[in-house]
Design a protein around this ligand. Structure first.
Ligand code: ATP
Ligand code: MG
Length: 632
């Protein structure tokens, strides 16, 4: 079995924890008042805890012991004091509740804010980011990373502060109660800390191993769920079971080691605590008896023993919480990494506006939709020119590569006059989709120029540019919502009638009417209940509804049967009137009536012409299509 890569977002340490902490604090700064209340509550709770323990000493020395020598004991002072103690306990509980409650609010609020910012920023990122980062990796920042962060803010940090505050207050209380016993206490606590850090240090390695194995198991299951069809088709069920068994067994072993160590920690700590208690009791007893109560009263001894019992817990808590904080900081760093990604740059200043075109061809801006559009070009001298949106695309000597080392397009030139249908054909990987990626500026050219209605493409504002293009992308994506909603994605203000007209144009109307609720059928899971071809028809309707001057269809008809394809071609033909169209298709019928066919090979246009010209040339196009040609 090949080794599996380590889990995404597994246990890691933050690279620059100081910077991350500073940034997290900036999120907490809006909760200044709350944080002050929280810290006050933490201190009050710690003091209340120590005071209620110390008060036991006073209870024994000043109330119970004197009563032993009274013939008829008077209980009223005792009752008063007990009431006072009860108040202390209640105060401790109420303040602990209050700070925990407030911190949950702070944690959730911060989490929401970060999630909001992360999503908003993600929407600004260029396609390049999504092409180079696996979806699962981005996803985990929204789920596990942000959740560990919330836990850190609402639990780990306040518990850490509370533990430290408790330790300080308890230490002072112990020092006041008995300096001698405090000295003994310091010695025993050092011993316990020494032993536990040894065990914790050992177990940390096993915990990391456990996390890694868990990641591997999760990753495998995820892959198997997605690839179940492939598994079944190739009868890989048994191999999968074996592979899974191996991963699962590794997880069991690592989890066992981690669990064994952490389970042993509890009893070890407890027993060490008892030994410490016994030592304190013996030393305390000896000191009290030998000094005749001068150095230590019975009440002080009782109080000290209670205080000492509360002292060990915060120590182990601090070490646990520090672990949680370290993990959460690594997650926070990954979140901030996404937020710091460079957003998509847009230096465009030419915008798309509604236009009126006079008979003499003068273009002016219109306040409302007129059915015509113009490019508004503000010049440096303050003047503005309007150019009617026609759909004229020119590429001049365009070079491009996704990575600098590998050029994908070489010296591509093309001219598409308004209303023309340009077809790209070529082997898979030739660079057809890449050309469309440059037209909508998902990526920018390395060299050469693209002009749109005579304007340099880079001067056009990206949203305006994309609004003017009707795109049917190679991978169909439908969103959760009704068929209407999905078609309306192409033009948010489209009426139901417009959506239906677009669907008719794309020849999607008939099958949509056969769906259980017609246009109101809710599609989920990327239109999982539809066939591939049906999904494409809806995406064609979605592109058509906006009535764009340029249509770009990337292999839109590849999964449609020949008969449907003919219907779509018909629809497209009417759709294409007065529109520039770029079609990428593998089928002869789709490309043969194109005004110009570009044959691409390894990023170069090697042949261009109409179908008849290219067939007559007997070149690559002829070779690509003779098979299909003969079939016809
Ligand atoms: N996001 C990307 N990052 C890096 N290289 C890429 C990326 N997308 C495509 N390529 C590379 O660019 C080349 C052209 O790819 P393109 O998608 O344009 O091919 P195509 O002609 O559309 O193929 P197909 O017919 O299979 O859709 C290929 O060699 C491919 O490996
Ligand atoms: Mg492609």
């Amino acid at each position: 079995m090949p080794p599996r890569p380590p889990m995404k977002g597994g246990p890691r340490k933050a690279k620059d924890p100081k910077k991350t902490i500073a940034r997290l604090l900036s999120y907490l700064s809006q909760y200044k008042t709350t944080m002050v209340i929280v810290i006050v509550c933490i201190i009050v709770a710690a003091i209340a805890q120590a005071a209620s323990a110390s008060s036991l000493g006073t209870l024994v020395d000043d109330y119970i012991t004197p009563m032993l020598s009274q013939a008829t004991p008077d209980f009223s002072p005792l009752v008063k004091y007990l009431c006072l103690m009860a108040c202390l306990y209640v105060l401790g509980i109420v303040s602990a509740f209050l700070y925990n409650y407030l911190m949950v609010d702070v944690g959730q609020g911060t989490q929401k804010k970060i999630r909001d910012e992360m999503f908003r920023h993600m929407q600004t990122l260029p396609i390049r980011y999504f092409d180079t980062h696996p979806a699962g990796d981005i996803m985990s920042r929204y789920t596990s990373d942000i959740d560990t962060l919330r836990q850190m803010i609402s639990q780990a940090v306040p518990q850490c502060i509370s533990s430290i505050a408790t330790l300080v207050v308890l230490f002072i209380a112990m020092l006041i109660t008995s300096p001698i016993l405090t000295g003994v206490m310091i010695l025993t606590v050092s011993g316990i800390v020494f032993v536990t850090t040894r065990v914790v240090g050992k177990s940390a390695g096993f915990f990391i191993g456990q996390q890694k194995s868990l990641g591997a198991v999760n990753g495998y299951v995820e892959e198997m769920i997605q690839g179940q069809r492939v598994v079944k088709v190739f009868c890989h069920e048994d191999t999968c079971k074996k592979e899974f068994d191996a991963l699962n067994d590794a997880l069991r072993q690592n989890a066992f080691k981690a669990g064994a160590y952490s389970n042993i920690m509890g009893p070890v700590n407890n027993n060490l605590g008892y030994i410490q208690y016994a030592i304190l009791a013996i030393v305390g007893g000896l000191v009290a008896i030998s000094s005749g109560g001068q150095l230590l009263t019975l009440g002080n001894l009782v109080a000290f023993l209670v205080l000492s019992r509360s002292f060990n817990q915060p120590i182990s808590q601090v070490s646990n919480q520090i672990n949680a904080i370290v993990m959460a900081l690594a997650g926070a760093e990954r979140i901030f990494e996404l937020m710091d990604e460079e957003p998509e740059q847009d230096d465009g200043y030419v915008t798309l506006v509604y236009a009126n075109v006079d008979e003499d061809g003068t273009v002016s801006e219109a306040p409302a939709r007129t059915g015509k559009w113009a490019w508004k070009y503000p010049h440096k001298d303050g003047s503005i020119t309007y150019t009617e949106l026609k759909g004229d695309i020119v590429m001049e000597n365009v070079d491009f590569g996704y990575v600098p080392e590998k050029t994908v397009l070489h010296d591509v030139c093309l001219y598409a006059k308004p209303g023309q249908k340009i077809a790209f054909v070529g082997a898979t990987g030739a660079g057809k989709t890449t050309i469309t990626n440059l037209i909508n500026r998902f990526y920018d050219t390395a060299d050469g120029r693209i002009r749109y209605d005579g304007i340099n493409l880079k001067k056009i504002r990206k949203p305006d540019l994309r609004r003017s293009l009707g795109f049917v992308l190679q991978d169909t994506n439908l969103f959760t919502g009704t068929v209407y909603d999905n078609i309306r994605y192409g033009k948010l203000v489209a009426t139901d009638e417009e959506c239906e007209a677009a669907a008719k144009l794309a020849n999607a109307h008939d099958f949509i009417m056969r769906l259980p609720q017609g246009y109101n059928t809710v599609l989920t899971g990327n239109g999982a209940q539809l066939s591939q071809g049906q999904r494409q028809l809806i995406s064609i309707a979605r592109a058509a509804v906006g009535n764009p001057p340029i249509m770009i269809l990337d292999e839109a008809t590849s999964s449609i049967d020949t008969r449907t394809e003919a219907l779509v071609a018909e629809g497209m033909d009417s759709l294409m009137k007065g529109r520039t169209t770029f079609v990428i298709a593998h089928r002869l019928s789709t490309v043969r009536n194109a005004d110009c066919i570009m044959v691409l090979e390894q990023g170069r246009i090697i042949e261009r012409g109409t179908h008849d010209q290219l067939i007559a040339q007997k070149g690559t196009y002829y070779q690509l299509y003779t098979g299909a040609f003969e079939l016809e």
